[in-house]
Write a protein that binds this ligand. Structure first.
Ligand SMILES: [Cu+2]
Length: 108
């Protein structure tokens, strides 16, 4: 009876260790593939003349493969873009807004 209990506890410990090992391994893998190439760029965007313009600018950016989100601010005439730098370049970002009539450059 005592032996069974000890074996069970030992088995349980090994099981918990394996689960923890698996969890930390998966977390490290996920971080490598998802987080490390995520960057934020702020673009200064020209030609936005009304409150509808930011919608077109945002769409031109978020349509690009590798862009996670674009926050376009009409008052500040900026577009804050979150993107995967391994998938899309800053040149592609500025070109995308320029192609729909809103030339942009990287600000700071
Ligand atoms: Cu407009």
């Amino acid at each position: 009876m005592m032996k069974i209990t000890t074996d069970f506890v030992r088995y349980l410990n090994i099981f918990i260790f394996a689960v923890l090992l698996g969890t930390s391994f998966n977390a490290a893998q996920a971080e490598e593939s998802v987080s490390t190439d995520v960057r934020t760029a702020t673009l200064a965007v020209e030609n936005m003349t009304c409150a509808m313009c930011p919608i077109t600018v945002k769409k031109s950016l978020t349509n690009l493969e590798g862009v996670i989100d674009a926050d376009v601010n009409f008052d500040h005439k900026t577009a804050k873009v979150v993107y995967h730098e391994n998938s899309v370049s800053i040149e592609q970002l500025t070109k995308a807004t320029t192609n729909v009539g809103y030339p942009s450059v990287v600000s700071k």
